[in-house]
Design a protein around this ligand. Structure first.
Ligand code: SAM
Ligand code: SF4
Length: 325
């Protein structure tokens, strides 16, 4: 088992399969894109599988596949097939642009949980945010995922002046369909022009919801042990909505997450500038377990020790697309 020095167990691994993406979301991908590096810098499929097995041996029970966009990885089929043989709950975070090609495989492998990013229900706004024109296919694939009974979470990054006026439309969607809408507070990463004035807090969004619905129809749902979002439901709704309030009300106290970047570095926190180069350890025949344990031991109690009000401490971040959300 992987415990840190604050008594938190770490049994949830997010593996990024690539830094590349077929969208260019403004909050994630720098305008100029990311610096391309040769293949040798990145984990091969076999290395990904080896790492996953190592972490499972250390008590990891959940693996989420992410990126960049994981479905642009050419070997995704083999990777998912191999990971699905491990005794873990396997899930994927995707922008859904290519999802139609993978429904059959996901069903076959019993991968039933999909987190899908969708930041606007308006085509022009979706295109502006993602800097690409894939609105129709994304909406169609979300519909299909719901109809095929996947457990669908919809990730919505809410940014002031961009899409905060759509919060209620997304809550209404959670009334109609069995989806879990997750409103995510805008977080700072390299190249995404973050500042406090663009953050829409959980409280702001909840106030918005409260001004549209009669108060006693908004039910707060019970939190689980390792909460990632604070969830609510409108009475009679098929789905739920919730807030990932990393900026104004973090979930660090019960954090059980470890991240493995596409270039094989462990990040013990989304905001940690310190990384452990696990890929070099593997390639040089070193001791993976001791490096993993040291990384987890060094984990800060909260947000990698970052103070969001101090601009200097934000400078060491990678772009989100090179971390893996
Ligand atoms: N490409 C996939 C997708 O978009 O779902 C997976 C990778 S993406 C980096 C994972 C999640 O991180 C997405 O839900 C995205 O909305 C979220 N994300 C990226 N940048 C963010 C930021 N600056 N603040 C909050 N969430 C962010
Ligand atoms: Fe790509 Fe996902 Fe980042 Fe958007 S949020 S640019 S879809 S990796």
């Amino acid at each position: 088992m992987l415990f840190d020095t604050h008594g938190r167990i770490h049994d949830y691994l997010r593996i990024s399969l690539t830094e590349k993406c077929n969208l260019r979301c403004t909050y994630c991908m720098p305008e100029e894109g990311i610096k391309l590096r040769s293949k040798s810098h990145f984990m091969t499929s076999d290395e990904i599988i080896t790492f996953a097995k190592t972490f499972v041996g250390l008590g990891v029970k959940k693996i989420r596949i992410t990126g960049g966009e994981p479905l642009v990885n050419k070997d995704i089929k083999r990777i998912l097939t191999e990971l699905s043989k491990l005794p873990v709950e396997l899930s994927i975070t995707t922008n859904a642009v290519l999802l139609h090609d993978y429904f059959d495989l996901l069903k076959e492998l019993n991968i039933g949980k999909l987190n899908i990013s969708i930041d606007s229900l308006d085509e022009a706004s979706f295109n502006r945010i993602s800097r690409r024109k894939h609105f129709d296919v994304v909406m169609k694939n979300i519909r299909k995922a719901i109809d095929l009974n996947f457990e669908v979470k919809l990730n919505v990054v809410v940014i002031k002046g961009v899409n905060e006026h759509e919060v209620i439309d997304f809550v209404k969607w959670s009334e109609r369909d069995k989806v879990a809408v997750r409103f995510i507070e805008f977080m700072p990463f390299d190249g995404n022009k973050w500042d406090w004035s663009k953050v829409v807090s959980q409280q702001d969004m909840l106030n918005d919801v409260k001004s549209h619905y009669v108060e006693n129809t908004i039910i707060q749902l019970q939190e689980d042990d390792h909460i990632i979002a604070r969830d609510y439901q409108i009475t009679g709704a098929k789905g739920t909505f919730g807030f990932i309030s990393t900026i104004t009300n973090s979930f660090c106290g019960t954090c059980n997450r470890i991240r493995l970047t596409a270039d094989g570095k462990i990040k013990n926190c989304l905001f940690s500038a310190d990384e452990t180069d696990l890929l070099t350890v593997l390639r040089s025949g070193g001791d993976l377990e001791s490096h993993i344990r040291t990384s987890i031991t060094n984990k800060h109690p909260q947000n990698a020790g970052i103070d969001f009000s101090d601009k200097e401490t934000l400078l060491d971040q990678r772009p989100m697309t090179a971390i893996g959300g």
